[in-house]
Design a binder for this molecule. Structure first.
Ligand code: ADP
Length: 429
């Protein structure tokens, strides 16, 4: 390229000199040079015109021929265009591949903008949400997924990884919806069909509920006969101990069956209505009295009711929450320890706490104790007479009241179980 510039400049200089000489013959050297300069300018203008024409055709016409600096300029433009074309082709292929893989994805994906309007979606989303190819782009997702749990999650995802809702398509279908923010103001809504899992859970729940229900009658009959045997004054002394052990074990099985039945009722239920006021002080007093009458319990249970507000919900379920927490505190606190039940309200809602100075539990056990049959200290907890279902019952009963259970505990120092109720579950009187 620099060589071309040199030869072009040399040619121009020679042409100017030649023009000057010819002009000098006619006593007009300047005019001669001016004519040459104008001719050079005209030639370059002509080439610029050809370049402009060529660019207007989108470089589809043949590359213009020429002389001097122009052929390399044309060639460079052609080269840049070919490169851009190749890059564009590669980019289009990549987009196509990405689109094909998104289409092949078994889970639904919907891209939402900051206003939750649908920008794009894949084939699985189209099928799961029954989206129409054209009509639903630009629609707000709440218009298609109207379930209150989803709308709440969309407004404030909080720490929740996903929500599970019945499919808008109806039937027995269930969907798991997960929001993943990405890009400026955009969100990817991942939708998974969980109908099979929900169905299996329902089958399991129904099986446990039916089996527990069926066990109740034979257990009642056995318990009746054992009671009669136990009260028989003519009972041989050698039978007394085995009959007492059998009575204890049957009672334990009965408690287990009752807890399993209660748990399956709570698990399958929807949130409890807010139309009944439950007196919190009454719940606490009943739980305290029951716990205090547990044989062998010698400690004291302190009560602090610091609010006049009460709860909206189902009394039997809330009673079960308080009674299970207090029964556990009694079970896992030695006689010299202390137990306090308190009720407070603030701008966040209501807080019902059962605090003990008992055996406590390790940090690793805390997230697991609300699982069915999980025991922090296996042998000891089983001996204490619990069914291993108390905290699961508490968890599900609280969930039906939109409440959370917070557990704080230190091994050997005691535990605090705090039920946090939202403000809209509080009621005067
Ligand atoms: P359980 O009938 O065995 O008490 P729960 O579901 O009520 O079953 O409790 C699960 C486990 O959590 C218990 O086995 C026990 O290890 C632990 N736990 C519950 N409450 C307390 C407490 N107040 N202090 C120490 N550990 C507790």
């Amino acid at each position: 390229m620099p060589g071309i510039w040199t030869s072009t400049l040399v040619k121009l200089a020679l042409a100017l000199v030649a023009g000057g000489l010819i002009g000098w013959i006619y006593d007009q050297p300047a005019l001669g040079m001016l004519v040459v300069a104008l001719a050079a300018l005209g030639w370059h203008l002509y080439n610029l015109y050809r370049l402009e024409r060529w660019l207007t055709t989108g470089l589809t016409a043949d590359i213009p021929d020429g002389d001097g600096v122009w052929p390399p300029v044309f060639a460079r433009i052609q080269f840049i265009k070919t490169k851009a074309k190749r890059r564009g082709k590669r980019f289009r292929r990549l987009v196509k591949e990405l689109r094909a893989s998104a289409e092949a994805f078994p889970d639904g994906g919907v891209i939402l903008d900051a206003q939750h309007e649908i920008l794009n979606y894949n084939a699985a989303a189209r099928q799961l949400l029954e989206l129409k190819l054209r009509g639903d782009r630009g629609q707000r997702i709440e218009n298609l997924l109207r379930h209150p749990d989803f709308v709440d999650y969309l407004r404030s995802p909080g720490g929740r990884p996903a929500v599970e809702i019945p499919s808008p398509a109806g039937g027995d279908a269930w969907l798991s919806c997960r929001l993943i923010p990405y890009g400026p103001g955009q969100t990817l809504l991942l939708i998974r069909d969980i109908s099979q899992r929900v169905k299996m859970e329902r089958v399991r729940r129904d099986f446990v509920a039916n089996a527990s229900h069926e066990l109740r009658t034979p257990l009642t009959v056995i318990m009746g006969y054992l009671d009669t045997l136990g009260e028989d004054p003519e009972q041989p002394p050698a039978w007394q101990q085995p009959v007492r052990v059998m009575q204890e074990q049957v009672q334990r099985m009965f408690r287990l069956v009752e807890d399993l039945l209660q748990l399956s009722r709570l698990e399958s239920g929807q949130p409890v209505a807010k139309d009944r006021v439950v007196n919190v002080a009454g719940l606490i007093e009943l739980a305290r009295r029951d716990a205090q009458s547990v044989p062998g319990f010698g400690g004291q249970i302190g009560v602090q009711v610091n609010s006049d507000l009460n709860l909206l919900g189902e009394e039997t379920e809330l009673q079960s929450v308080v009674s299970n927490l207090v029964a556990n505190a009694v079970r896992y606190t030695p006689a010299e320890g202390s137990i306090t039940i308190s009720w407070n309200t603030d701008q966040d809602g209501g807080h019902l706490a059962v605090v003990d100075t008992g055996i406590g539990m390790s940090e690793a056990d805390i997230p697991r104790v609300t699982e069915r049959f999980y025991r922090a200290d296996g042998g000891r907890a089983r001996q204490s007479g619990g069914t291993g279902l108390g905290l699961s019952i508490v968890k599900y009963a609280l969930r039906r009241h939109d409440a959370d259970l917070e557990i704080r505990s230190k091994l050997g120092q005691g535990s605090s179980f705090i039920c946090h109720f939202p403000r809209d579950r509080l009621a005067l009187s």
